[in-house]
Design a protein around this ligand. Structure first.
Ligand code: UDX
Length: 445
């Protein structure tokens, strides 16, 4: 059993801390937000993540998981001084697309100021290549007396909505450090997971994270580009993706055409990687194209709605007097996260063209209500569809996969569905009497 401190109780920190406790370690989670820590002490989750609450409860009850706002208490706890401190704070997007490291710097300064014994500082936040060296410089400059420490980069690859399963079944563990012994000690934490463990230098580990996310984002933009061409040529992108995916060199994962990627990682990480390349005088052409195709995927949905129900007499407000329903507000299913959410962006574009918007999401509505204006939030899919001229399927929640089509047709003003997640089959929708557009499905099926 190791004594571990995790700084930051957002997605990454809370999942990492809780899962490490579940593997038998003693974990103290620190956060500057008193409100979050007080809630967590009562097992109230700050985020929606399937399975997390139950796991937190279990480990708190077992005396392995603790929450505090006090760095010194967490790190120097007399009966359990920490061997390693994980930094898992947010790295929001800065003004030029670079990662904003202010929370990482605060965390490192706080750790350095209180540490009274040797520590391994493990960075889990996604940070620009080279940050590990910068962290070491800060620790050295902030320590009141020189105490040995090592910096290890341990990027996370967790997906929201399946973060616990991802943590417990990783494809690989990446550890980067100039201090190989420190990296080996962090590696011991993960031995029970039986995953390949790769130990590299700091910068390479940091780069593996960016390159992995950028590659997955590229797969998504690639298939969205193919979807566009499929629409023009009458092919079906779903079958194209399946046909490509059987090739082991390609793989079927992340080839779902739709609204493009959203969320807290891909948009920010692709932009940050392009920014790092530009600063070095490189020209990241592929990454630029990936971002442009991704932005187009959102616009294309609005084009489709406009083409189907638009008012040609009102060129600037083509959707004036039109009511559009949007099913889903989260950036993907099984999360309440609306950061860089495609549905929210699409709603704003619809509103800019004069549309009245109704929307529903099973869990993301409280978050969405904070950022949306003049949207009628409804209690279910049918209340949303009622009276609409078009319905957009924007998040692939299970409950949108088997809607009662007859009921929908009766309650909508026009039977028009734009399916941004390709949940339905064009032929089936046509037979059910709908004017239906998916993404890349070949229209005249
Ligand atoms: C991602 C990475 O998968 C994870 O490894 C990293 O640590 C954090 O970022 P996450 O943002 O939770 O995880 O979501 P993910 O499931 O990867 O999906 C990202 C976005 O891409 C979502 O908006 C999703 O709807 C979209 N997507 C995904 C597609 O449009 N098509 C696909 O085929 C797959």
């Amino acid at each position: 059993m190791k004594h571990i401190v995790v700084v930051g109780v957002g997605y990454v920190g809370l999942v990492t801390g809780t899962c490490l406790a579940d593997l038998g370690h003693r974990v103290t989670c620190v956060d500057i937000s008193k409100e979050r820590i007080e809630s967590l002490k009562q097992c109230i989750m700050p985020i929606y993540e399937p399975g997390l609450e139950e796991m937190v409860r279990r480990n708190v009850a077992a005396g392995r998981l603790f929450f505090t706002t006090d760095y010194a208490e967490a790190i120097n706890c007399p009966e359990a001084p920490a061997e390693m401190v994980f930094i898992a704070v947010g790295t929001p997007e800065g003004v030029d697309g670079e990662a904003d490291l202010r929370y990482v710097r605060d965390a490192v300064e706080n750790i350095a100021a209180v540490m009274d014994h040797p520590l391994i500082i493990v960075n889990k936040s996604t940070v620009p290549v080279g940050t590990g060296d910068w962290v070491a410089d800060i620790v050295r400059s902030r320590q009141s007396q020189p105490i040995p420490f090592a910096v290890v980069s341990n990027p996370e690859f967790l997906r929201e909505g399946s973060a616990i399963t991802d943590f417990m079944n990783p494809d690989r563990i990446v550890l980067g450090s100039l201090d190989k012994e420190a990296a080996q000690r962090v590696a011991q934490l993960y031995l029970a997971l039986r995953a390949p463990i790769m130990i590299t230098d700091l910068r390479t580990a940091e780069m593996i994270k960016y390159a992995s996310n950028a590659f997955l984002a590229t797969k998504i933009s690639f298939i969205n580009e193919i979807a566009n061409i499929c629409e023009a040529l009458g092919a079906d992108v779903k079958e194209v993706a399946a046909g490509m995916g059987y090739d082991k060199r390609i793989g079927r994962a992340f080839l779902d055409a739709g609204l493009g990627y959203g969320g807290s990682c891909f948009p920010k990480d692709v932009k940050a990687l392009a920014h790092m390349a530009n600063v070095q005088g490189k020209h990241p052409q592929l990454l630029e194209a990936v971002m442009q195709i991704n932005a187009d995927a959102r616009r294309n949905i609005v084009h489709k709605v406009r083409a189907l129900i638009g008012n040609s007499n009102s060129p600037l407000h083509r959707l004036e007097n039109r009511i559009v329903g949007v099913l889903g507000l989260a950036f993907k299913a099984n999360t309440d996260d609306i950061r860089d959410s495609q549905p929210i962006d699409i709603i704003r574009m619809l509103q800019a063209e004069g549309a009245m918007v109704k929307a529903y999401d099973p869990v993301a509505m409280p978050n969405a209500a904070r950022v949306l204006r003049n949207v009628q939030l409804c209690e279910n899919a049918y209340a949303t569809a009622e009276g609409c001229d078009a319905l957009i399927i924007a998040t692939e929640w299970n409950e949108f996969k088997h809607l009662d089509l007859n009921r929908l047709k009766q309650i909508m003003r026009q039977p028009v569905i734009v399916d941004g997640r390709n949940l339905y089959e064009p032929k089936q929708m046509k037979e059910a009497g709908f004017i239906y557009r998916g993404v890349g499905r070949g229209y005249d099926l």
